[in-house]
Design a binder for this molecule. Structure first.
Ligand code: GLN
Length: 443
């Protein structure tokens, strides 16, 4: 009912799976009374970002090149959701192949920010954040390579978590930049978020980068007690380029945390000024390799116009990919080509290590790092389209977290001009419990 009311305006979904959702809900309903054994998220409606592979349910990555792709298997997270007994409502809009910060790079439609329909919902998981904010679903899954869960969560006033790299299986997540990609939960509350992460986390032998660690009960961590917590606030996160109201909201949030018994100090992440360049070299390099599989032979679209094999490859990719995806493939192919590899790709790898070390140094002394999620609130649809660089700057505060592989959450922390702002809480590797505890105490 709610989807029928608001979806015409918000446009969060690429596909609704109404028939199967009703059948699943009915089957779960019939179980009530017959058994006490219920999944962790029994009967909860959930939406799935369209780069997560769903068996027999079209998975397009918001790209024309996958317009007709019906997967024959489920991503590992989908298997885990089946176990938790959620009800999948449909597939959510995104920037094509998760490349973007506004969902305007979708090959199919623009999603709108439910708080103000002239504004973007953020991206690339714009559909995931907008659908939860608009009350169309209770939960959604997004993916975050450089900020794509946290930035839209911030823009839409919901809670979005990018887990530690390796905590959630990437099997069945269509790869953008494999060393950075993570699936994570988007919800209204921190508690819901903790439940959903608990349901999807855990080791998976189908993903060679999956970590073999025990999954703690994140919900148990939500005690409200953060007395003695040591917070680091990077000066780079509240410095130049960050909007005044955003800064103020973070300072206000720190006051709340102080009242709860925490202390904070300003610190520095000295290499964070290189994070954006490092990220765009590495993520585009990985993307150029990952996206080579879309060649008109194996999946989705194939051009009807070619007369020979080579033209078929070229024309399929020419016609199937959007501009931003092509830009990344060209940049990545260039950075990986012989003669440039050492100067760009290898150098970026080295800088990534320095950025990671910045975080490790801070975590020697502090429990969590806190700052804004984004430098500004949601911008207007179309506003940043002309210049890719202004779009890239949106992720300046989220990208270092992916490069370091640590967990980060965005929780709502106020408004500027009627638009939600997000507070980013960053933790040590696999310290999601503490990140949730702090987010929950603040919320
Ligand atoms: N906006 C960033 C990009 O375009 C991050 C995307 C993401 O996290 N998937 O690459």
């Amino acid at each position: 009912k709610r989807i029928n009311e608001v979806e015409g305006k918000v446009q969060a979904f690429l596909a609704l799976d109404e028939e199967n959702a009703r059948a699943k809900a009915k089957a779960l309903d019939e179980k009530i009374g017959q058994t006490d054994e219920k999944g962790l998220l029994f009967g909860m409606p959930i939406g799935i970002k369209d780069n997560i592979v769903t068996k027999n349910l079209r998975t397009t990555c918001a790209s024309k090149i996958l317009e007709n792709f019906d997967p024959i298997y489920d991503a590992t997270v989908m298997g885990k959701l089946h176990q938790a007994e959620t009800v999948t409502i449909g597939k959510l809009n995104m920037d094509e192949f998760a490349m973007g910060s506004s969902t305007e790079n979708s090959g199919f439609k623009d999603t709108r920010n439910p708080w103000n329909l002239d504004r973007v919902p953020g991206g690339s998981s714009g559909g995931s954040a907008a659908s939860v904010a608009a009350g169309e679903v209770l939960f959604s899954l997004g993916s975050d390579t450089g900020g794509s869960i946290r930035q839209p969560a911030s823009f839409c006033g919901v809670v979005g978590m990018k887990p530690t790299y390796g905590l959630v299986s990437r099997f069945g997540l269509v790869a953008f930049a494999s060393s950075l990609d993570q699936i994570g939960p988007v919800t209204r509350t921190v508690e819901d978020n903790a439940y959903l992460l608990k349901a999807i986390a855990g080791h998976d032998e189908m993903d060679s980068t999956s970590a073999n660690v025990a999954v703690p009960d994140y919900v148990k961590a939500l005690t409200g007690d953060i007395k003695g917590l040591k917070i680091a606030v990077p000066q780079e996160y509240i410095g130049e380029g960050v909007n005044e109201e955003v800064k103020q909201s973070v300072l206000d949030a720190l006051k709340v945390l102080e009242k709860l018994g925490a202390t904070w100090e300003e610190v520095s992440l000295p290499h964070s000024k290189y994070a954006l360049s490092t990220y765009y070299l590495l993520s585009s390099s990985e993307a150029s390799a990952n996206l080579s599989r879309f060649d008109g032979v194996r999946y989705g679209y194939r051009t009807p116009d070619a007369q020979n094999l080579l033209d078929m490859y070229k024309m399929t990719r020419e016609q199937g990919f959007g501009d931003e995806v092509k830009r990344r493939i060209m940049l990545g192919t260039f950075a990986l080509s012989s003669g440039y590899y050492d100067a760009y790709y290898k150098k970026a790898q080295k800088v990534r290590t320095l950025i990671k070390k910045d975080f490790e140094d801070i975590f020697q002394k502090y429990d969590v790092i806190i700052g804004p999620t984004t430098p500004t609130p949601a911008f207007k649809i179309g506003e940043n389209l002309a210049d890719p660089m202004t779009m890239y700057v949106n992720d300046i505060l989220t990208i270092p977290v992916n490069l370091a592989g640590v967990p980060g959450i965005s929780v709502p922390c106020g408004f500027a001009d009627g638009l939600p702002l997000g507070l980013q809480i960053i933790g040590k590797h696999f310290d999601e419990s503490l990140v949730y505890k702090v987010a929950h105490a603040f919320e």
